[in-house]
Design a protein around this ligand. Sequence first.
Ligand code: FAD
Ligand code: UDP
Length: 382
Amino acid sequence: MKPYDFLIVGSGLFGATFAYLVKQQGKRCLVIDKRSHPGGNIYCEEIESINVHKYGAHIFHTSDKEVWDFVNSIVPFNRYTNCPVAQAPDGKLYNLPFNMNTFYQMWGVKTPGEAYAKLDEQRREAVERMKAEGISEPRNLEEQALTLIGKDIYEQLIKGYTEKQWGRKCSELPAFIIRRLPVRLTFDNNYFNDVYQGIPIGGYNKLIESLLEGVEVKLDTDFFEDRKHWESVADKIVFTGKIDQYYEYKFGKLEYRTVRFETEVLDNPNWQGNAVVNYTASDVPFTRIIEHKHFELFGNAVYDNHKTVISREYSTEWKDGMEPFYPVNDKHNQDIYNKYKDLAKKEENVLFGGRLAEYKYYDMAPIIRQVFDMAENLSIRL
Ligand code: FAD
Ligand code: UDP
């Protein structure tokens, strides 16, 4: 008999949640992770008593009640609601996502009727220009943004930010990216449309530590450094690392975008007054600044700590040795991924899950839903 029922490669949210479920069933499992800490990209580093989101700001949001109840049964969540503001090239601050506050700040319109008329005028201009060129459907992000929200907002709040984030021109990016952002005729700055939202009280490490309580975890352990050994220790492997690496890049390397963080401690209790401020001008090299304490301290409680920690985010192309963050889901990469996926489907004792193994951008809540689905297929119940 092998020492474990499951070897879980990766202690990110996927691996940790899967380990929690199999532990409940009394199965023997081992989690390995090549990093020196568990939690994957949701891991936080404590600096000046502030939980710093080391791999980028993470806000949990979902309308999936089962997932929300599950995470809250592990650790209660606070009432954080993401309401980013944008510092635009015209020097003004605007509320996001695009809502009545934004329209008032942009055009001085005060009612939904006035805002609708202004939006309609701006959109019509774009639609007519496209029609004159014989274009019926937006072919790219630029055309989509112009027909969705018009030229003023596109130029102040979208173009510079998007081109910095993706390292490509808006006219060369797919339209769907911008459809993720809500457009509302109400004074509602909540970035998400989901029913539930928050940050674990005490930080994401609490969530991960509780999921992994009583589970054997080996850190600083790369599956590929002793692949033969790790393949022999368990009946089944749950692999949450990079799928192209698993298959020794035989169909080629998958590409990613990544983010470089410049983190600074400041002698100021409240530097920008908000967790997230986007910088939408093309001549500002970073995309946004995160002030981490605002994820967990509200109102005047931010003044209880005299210091603050901020991170500037620089979006860059991914190279070997960097953290692979955002999959580039263009046709070239998707075709490569599909070949790996066909191989993965044939595996009998290896299950692939999570954002690297599925080469897909997943928010945290859908990751947990994926784990539930995988567990159910294996007859492991909550
Ligand atoms: P990961 O967290 O990447 O975990 C994979 C783990 O596997 C890592 O710990 C890695 O070290 C380990 N591993 C890989 N290869 C090996 C190997 N060979 N051997 C051993 N271990 C290995 N989601 C939200 O819901 N809200 C947000 O606001 C949000 N913001 C985000 C911001 C950024 C910048 C990024 C990149 C993602 C964001 N997400 C957000 C998504 C969120 O991070 C993911 O949903 C989640 O982390 C996925 O978990 P995972 O376990 O699949 O992957
Ligand atoms: N976006 C923008 N201006 C902003 C914020 C977002 O133009 O101030 C665009 C950008 O193209 C981004 C998309 O909206 O890729 C979706 O935004 P979201 O915050 O969902 O992006 P994420 O960082 O989660 O990929």
